[in-house]
Ligand binder design. Structure first.
Ligand code: TZP
Ligand code: MG
Length: 223
């Protein structure tokens, strides 16, 4: 079963974004609003805490039949039986992760260039995250901001592949339709958008996710 990447939630436990709320509650609210994938992204080195939180999140995502992917940490994904992992260019490489994870695990790779995207396709990744779309305070150490034009170049380079594609970085209600519309290459569309702050930091994560779902389903009103 291919993953529905259309509204991909990436979590963030930093106080500026989570604002003291309980992560599982925020994620459940976002799931009620229509999020289709959840990536648990937490840069703490506290492995015990990561496993504990991932396990709690998994209880929630399973209720909604939505895959839970773990950022960076193949060991945590294995420990809790998550549906997959999301790996950056500096994390464990695809081949090593593939060897460790169950056959049907989902493996996504962060890419910001044609070269990285082509490698992910050749490796057999399930999907790529493409970005950074727009500069964002949520992640300031990004290699590059590539915008809709850069995203289009990457999509064009992998148009013959069935790999999933999701854009990330600075995406919100005001620009999501432009992102989806202007990034398309003639033969390869984005399958979805990955969002952190516009959902996790929202006063009402459910309402925010619902609004994204509406905007994603309705074709953009501009050319
Ligand atoms: N990778 C590239 S940008 C980014 C990540 C994890 C953060 C995106 O966060 P936001 O709040 O949706 O801009
Ligand atoms: Mg990483």
């Amino acid at each position: 079963m291919p993953v529905d990447l259309s509204l991909y939630l990436v979590t963030d436990s930093t106080p500026a974004i989570l604002k003291g709320r309980d992560l599982c509650t925020v994620v459940e609210s976002a799931l009620q609003g229509g999020v289709t994938v959840v990536q648990y992204r937490d840069k703490t080195n506290d492995t015990g805490l990561l496993v504990e939180t991932a396990r709690k999140l998994h209880q929630v995502t399973k209720k909604y039949n939505v895959p839970l992917l773990i950022n960076d940490r193949v060991d945590v994904a294995l420990a809790i039986g998550a549906e997959g992992v999301h790996l950056g260019q500096d994390d464990m490489n695809f081949t090593e992760a593939k060897k460790l994870l169950p056959e049907n695990a989902i493996i996504g790779i962060s890419t910001s260039s044609v070269e990285e995207a082509k490698k992910a396709v050749a490796d057999g990744a399930n999907y790529i995250g493409i970005g950074t779309m727009f500069a964002t305070p949520t992640k300031t150490n990004t290699k590059s901001v590539i915008g809709t034009a850069g995203t289009q170049v990457i999509l064009d380079a992998i148009k013959d592949s069935a790999i999933g594609t999701v854009a990330i970085g600075g995406i919100n209600h005001s620009n999501v339709q432009r992102v989806l519309y202007q990034s398309q290459s003639p033969k390869k569309a984005l399958d979805g958008v990955a969002i952190v702050s516009a959902i996790v930091a929202a006063d009402d994560p459910k309402a925010s996710a619902e609004q994204f779902v509406k905007l994603i389903r309705n074709p953009p009103r501009f050319a």
